[in-house]
Design a protein around this ligand. Structure first.
Ligand code: AMP
Ligand code: GLY
Length: 423
């Protein structure tokens, strides 16, 4: 079948890697793709938010199957646009992607259906939010309601900081319309785990767990980023915790979305905090995580198209999801200065070292081809993933492989997966 992937990041490169391996796929396209995806797929220059052009391209080229990667098009109804044209498409519809698109929606859903999460209040008025803060406990967490590139969350240690935060989100509109409403929630402590799951509207099947490192600098210092690296599985996500989450979180969420007339098909990403009072939901996303996909998908044994098709056709219960009994670590190579300001356009050397190297992957995030050369074209440039028989070996392999790559202003964290040493 002919498959079109919407998106241009490391996550979409990891999806393309799996789709290219699928026995079901005869031709792969990506819109717009990137320089790495271009090695596996024909990239077409259509932006992720131009649904009209995407659908027209799919019709003209007799595309059989579409996979939508990023949050923005999902929340804006990309899946609905392909469905309306009668094209098979993997991802949640707009009315289900709201679980990521509105934090107030997802918090209200969890409250209504008794899904464990931090206590919270929702505000659509800055004065009310400021009044509430006067009697609140600190630290406290402020969240812009809408999509904000993973940056709309402020952890405030004092009343003064929180007041500034409300101003930033609701009055100065730092995150644009995402800040028309905000959620103020209880601060939780514990380890974070990301669990991705395939969903067919009724059945939910979880993949192997992962952990992201969101802060820019070693030791979890610096600003929040889209993610500086990941490891999988998380040794802290035990069988006992999984049993609890399957029952109290994943299955309840699937049933809740269905009961609300918003059946969720696609990948549900649950961000968990493992608190001393049990696992609680930090956030839901309506898609694969980035860079979680870069450590989870290389370990998946199933044919990705078989699984995605079963989701669309409501027969995920027939699928046995299987993952390799090993580990993977992904280290993001960024441009120095990310996430604030950075230069682009530097040639990248050493990419060919990864060709045909079993267990090593270089996923492109912000790259482009210029005069026959691959150059840096974003804050997060590459995700270098390596597998190993356990996390320590995978980490050693990943940090060996990052040295094969060279570009000006190359920046990375040196402690991805370090938490596993405490095990
Ligand atoms: P989110 O986009 O909701 O996942 O938030 C981004 C990051 O902020 C999370 O990965 C956590 O590290 C942190 N965070 C979010 N909500 C809370 C909370 N209620 N308590 C403590 N940390 C939080
Ligand atoms: N890595 C976190 C995210 O994709 O939202």
């Amino acid at each position: 079948m002919k498959v079109l992937i919407i998106g241009s990041g490391g996550r979409e490169h990891a999806i393309a890697y799996c789709a290219a391996k699928s026995k079901r796929v005869s031709k792969l396209y990506a819109a717009p793709g990137n320089a790495g995806i271009a090695k596996l797929a024909e990239c077409v220059d259509i932006p992720v938010m131009d649904f009209e052009k995407q659908v027209a391209f799919a019709k003209e080229n007799a595309i059989d199957f579409v996979i939508v990667g990023p949050d923005d098009p999902l929340v804006a109804g990309c899946v609905d646009a392909f469905e309306a044209a009668g094209i098979k498409v993997f991802g949640p519809r707009k009315n289900a992607a709201i679980i990521e698109g509105s934090k107030a929606f997802s918090k209200d859903l969890m409250k209504k259906y008794g899904i464990p999460t931090a206590a919270y209040e929702t505000f659509d008025n800055a004065d009310k939010a400021l009044e509430y803060l006067e009697t609140a406990q600190f630290p406290i967490v402020l969240k812009a309601d809408g999509l904000a590139l993973g940056k709309g969350v402020l952890i405030c240690n004092t009343l003064a900081e929180a007041k500034d935060g409300v101003k930033e989100i609701m009055l100065d509109k730092h995150f644009g319309d995402a800040g028309n409403r905000m959620v103020i929630e209880e601060y939780m402590t514990g380890r974070e785990v990301s669990v991705l799951a395939f969903c067919d509207g009724t059945t939910i099947k979880t993949m192997t767990s992962a952990q992201d490192h969101k802060r820019a600098k070693d030791g979890d210092q610096g600003l929040n980023t889209g993610g500086m690296g990941t490891f999988s599985p998380s040794p802290f996500y035990t069988k006992e915790i999984d049993d609890f989450c399957q029952k109290e979180i994943y299955n309840k969420t699937m049933a809740a979305m269905k009961a609300e007339g918003r059946a969720f098909t696609g990948v549900l990403f649950t961000g968990l905090m493992l608190t001393d009072k049990g696992a609680k939901v930090l956030e839901f996303n309506a898609r694969f995580g980035d860079p979680e996909a870069q450590v989870v998908l290389p370990r998946m044994k199933n044919d990705i198209i078989d699984v995605m098709e079963a989701c669309i056709e409501g027969r995920l219960d027939e699928v046995n999801l299987e993952f390799e009994d090993n580990a993977a670590v992904c280290v993001v190579l960024a441009s120095d200065g990310y996430p604030v300001s950075y230069e682009k356009g530097f040639p990248i050397k050493g990419l060919e070292t990864f060709d045909n190297k079993e267990g090593y992957y270089v996923f492109h995030a912000g790259t482009k081809e210029e005069n026959g050369e691959i150059v840096t074209n974003g804050g997060r440039v590459l995700g270098v993933t390596a597998k190993g028989e356990n996390l320590l070996k995978a980490r050693a392999n990943a940090y060996e492989a990052v040295e094969w790559i060279d570009f000006q202003n190359k920046y990375m964290r040196h402690d991805i997966g370090k938490a596993i040493d405490e095990q």
